[in-house]
Design a protein around this ligand. Sequence first.
Ligand code: FO1
Length: 310
Amino acid sequence: MSSGLVVALSGGVGGAKLALGLSRVLPPEELLIVANTGDDFEHLGLSICPDIDTLTYVLAGLDNPVTGWGRRDETWSFMETITALGGEDWFRLGDRDLALHVERTKRLGAGQSLSQITGDVCRQLGVGPRVLPMSDDRVRTRVRSDSGWIDFQDYFVRQQCRPVVQELAFTGAADARPQPDVMAALSGGNVRAVVICPSNPFISIEPILAVPGMRAAIEKCGAPVVAVSPIIGGRAIKGPTAKMMQELGLAVSSATVAERYGALLDGYVVDAADSGDIRTKVHVAPTLMTTLEEREALARTVLDFADSLT
Ligand code: FO1
């Protein structure tokens, strides 16, 4: 078996599933997960980082299996109370989850970086692999629809992805510095593979690639770049990926996702139903990850495929 560092790009629930699979088949020091922070926002005075937290909870075995986000065995006294007070209750923060947002907000206010805080939280919760934000600088995904520009969580949660997406923007990305340890890892000459998890390309992976220097560092790292399609049989497994594709005038297909990544890709893992008309090297495998065994199996498949491209 090959060794070296596997760098995984992840956002959302689909990304975290494969990240978990990778964490189960690799020693912790051989996996670095780069999290999207475009979904981050400030809410009720707190700094919320959904994609980092989803990864943290999933890798710690603390994730909520029903929602995919937040914590398992959650209680909702805070939410019930804020509703009773007539406060803002469209974004649901569980009691246990709340502690993480309070702690992070306090530490960010004291000048600590998001990377440092994420590392400490992962250590405290027993997460083995490194999880790092794409940048310690603020990047915010915004969505343009008929009624103008809105914040990502306003679109995603408050309006339940109802607005028709016309354009996406990653505010702050142009001035954001890529996370230094991610850049050092990519230029260290020891990368086995870069894995683009089956996340939504528009809102989870493209914000990561929009951080200046990130895409070039991935291209230059010398390792195969392999993506896993988030589309199975022309449908998105979860979330608004298919709806967004239609609204942006794109065909709902695995090929469309591969085209978004373009020359970055050396290989692409797709489900049997989706292998047609893709210009990069394709490996067909079951990509639906319902069970832990399926997550591990897909992780092994992706790594074997990447090794075969070296
Ligand atoms: N997603 C929802 O659909 N509704 C929520 O109320 C909600 C709360 C929430 C709280 C903490 C957290 O870390 C994530 C949360 N999410 C919620 C998920 C979040 O919107 C993510 O950005 C999406 O899953 C996209 O990755």
